[in-house]
Design a protein around this ligand. Structure first.
Ligand code: PLP
Length: 418
């Protein structure tokens, strides 16, 4: 089940993303309803296990969105258990000027200073040479996304993180299944985050995950996710620690119920078992979804590469193996049409298009008004992304018939314009 299987060129809309599912997802959601548990439960446990195996990471925590995953990932590093490495208000974090707002917002919300660095048009990811220059003694964290599934330069990021003792949060929300030097992205930094909103490589409707290999970070993630509490019992369980009435923490009396002891100023962003139940069915389909995305990208890439005078495409270094979120295209300034003219034409012809999220974040009212920020050097490429880049869908619901219609429509547009 995806979209309407009958396709009428020009009449059936081709969205840039969508859900691909069958009866299994529906059955699981019904099972979760029949369980009458509804909060985090057996499907959550099963999804955590499957996702741990898929990613090859030790710890998985589920949350209600990718944005919540970023929020909790960042706050987890503020715990005093990390001593002088704990993030403190006023510390700086390095992030990209191009991207999605909730990659950057948690740092700002906590009181860190974002340091915006320009991107490189070749990959739409941060220009890592500039990143190196932007690091100061105040820098504590690198937090950015693998744009549209394209891995950022993880070798350089790991080198700089080690050299300057920086935390790395890989926002992998758009990059489930992408690899760098053969290894899954999300397994390089201290923490990685995922979104399971329907536009992504798999879905739970709404949902997200946070993964790490570090037991201290995991403990902190759970505390911030679950109201700030010290206790680590699963929902519905008591006394996992074996000394529920045997702790003395803070100024509380000895034996105060550990379930209600708070070590952090926390949140509650857990998900429901309905979401996890859908995820349990989806995760088994992910290898097929990844292949379909790569195949669709290849077809669109080969089409656009016939017009080097009009379009610039992503240039990979050979280390990246993206699981594409979409097919990004840069409309050259010398082309006889603008990005907006092309995307308007495509939308008029029932072909969905998107810009690269916020484009240049710094030009948005919220970030223009932000006093506490540092902008490193000149931000010029991000403006090109804002003005000249769009992307088309490559999700598994796009079949050959649709690709043919998409490419023929673009060919017609180009012919009319030249
Ligand atoms: C890079 C990136 N990070 C975070 C998010 C937020 O995910 P969610 O919509 O699940 O909150 C998105 C959303 O698409 C995203 O593209």
């Amino acid at each position: 089940m995806t979209q309407s299987s009958t396709f009428e060129p020009g009449k059936t809309y081709i969205p840039v993303s969508g859900k691909v599912y069958d009866q299994e997802e529906v059955n699981n959601a019904i099972e979760a309803a029949k369980d009458a548990w509804w909060t985090e439960g057996r499907f959550t446990k099963e999804f955590e296990r499957k996702f741990r195996n898929f990613m090859g990471r030790r710890y998985v925590s589920l949350v209600n969105s990718g944005s919540s995953a970023n929020l909790i990932a960042l706050y987890s590093l503020t715990s005093s258990v990390f001593g002088k490495r704990a993030l403190q208000k006023g510390d700086e974090f390095i992030t990209a000027a191009v991207g999605f707002p909730t990659t950057v917002n948690p740092g700002i919300q906590f009181g860190l200073t974002p340091v915006f660095v320009d991107i490189d048009l070749k990959t739409l990811n941060m220009d890592v040479d500039q990143m190196e220059k932007a690091i100061t003694p105040k820098t504590k964290l690198i937090m950015m996304a693998h744009t549209l599934g394209i891995p950022f330069d993880l070798e350089k990021v790991q080198y700089l993180a080690k050299k300057h003792e920086l935390w790395v949060i890989e926002d992998s929300c758009d990059a489930l299944g992408s690899r760098y030097n053969g290894k899954l992205v999300g397994t390089f930094g201290d923490i990685a985050t995922y979104s399971f909103y329907p536009a992504h490589q798999m879905t739970m409707g709404e949902g997200g995950a946070i993964i790490t290999d570090n037991p201290l970070i995991h403990r902190s993630i759970r505390q911030f996710r679950d109201w700030g509490r010290d206790c680590w019992c699963d929902t519905g369980k008591d006394n996992t620690c074996g000394k529920r009435f045997g702790w003395q923490l803070g100024d509380l009396p000895f034996g105060y119920d550990h379930k209600y002891v708070y070590s952090q100023i926390g949140f509650n962003v857990k998900l429901t078992d309905f979401q996890a139940a859908i995820g349990v069915a989806q995760i088994d389909k992910v290898p097929g979804f990844i292949e379909a995305r790569k195949e669709n990208y290849k077809k669109l890439h080969s089409f656009f590469s016939k017009f080097p005078e009009l379009f610039q495409l992503i240039e990979l270094s050979g280390k990246e193996d993206p699981c594409w979120f979409g097919c990004p295209v840069i409309v050259k300034e010398s082309a006889p049409f603008t990005r907006n003219e092309l995307t308007q034409y495509l939308e008029n012809n029932n072909i969905g298009t998107r810009n690269v999220f916020a484009g240049n974040l710094l030009r948005h009212p919220a970030y223009l008004n932000l006093k506490n920020k540092r902008v490193f050097g000149k931000i010029t490429e991000a403006d090109i992304v804002m003005n000249q880049v769009f992307w088309l869908g490559v999700w598994p619901g796009i079949d050959d018939e649709r690709i043919v219609y998409m490419t023929e429509s673009i060919s017609k547009f180009i012919k009319d314009k030249s």
